[in-house]
Unconditional design. Structure first.
Length: 141
């Protein structure tokens, strides 16, 4: 008679944490894309950066790719904190994430663009942070 192979509790815990974090990264990308869609489609705002001949249009692909990269970077830093800071990893990571958020707002606010574009870009940053920070910092039981 063979014994059925069961997954250990730690393996299930890691798989659950990984899937929640993947959803967090995807959710951040979806939330920033939603802000872009509202600004672009409903408000008629064409999100762009720069002035004169060096205008860069910010489209949906750019929004999604940058959001995913930011989310993966946040996840990687959290994983490093969990590995090397362990007991205080989550509070330390949240403090760092909030500091990075505040610093990231300097980009849109200092950009040479219209006020409407600045508002849209700030809203995108806040939307990504509103999803990523609580979702990645949540502890699984």
């Amino acid at each position: 008679m063979t014994t059925p192979i069961t997954r250990s509790q730690p393996a299930r815990h890691l798989r659950l944490r990984r899937s929640r974090r993947v959803l967090a990264v995807g959710g951040a990308a979806a939330s920033t894309l939603a802000v872009w869609a509202v600004a672009n489609r409903f408000a008629g705002l064409e999100v762009r950066l720069g002035a004169g001949s060096s205008i860069q249009h910010i489209g949906p692909l750019t929004i999604v790719v940058v959001s995913i990269l930011a989310g993966l970077l946040a996840w990687a830093v959290l994983a490093l904190f969990e590995r090397f800071v362990s007991r205080r990893a989550h509070p330390a990571w949240v403090a760092l994430a909030l500091a990075v958020l505040v610093g990231s707002l300097a980009g849109p606010l200092g950009a040479g663009t219209s006020m409407a574009t600045k508002v849209a870009l700030v809203c995108m940053h806040l939307a990504a942070a509103a999803v990523l920070i609580p979702a990645l910092a949540a502890r699984t039981s």
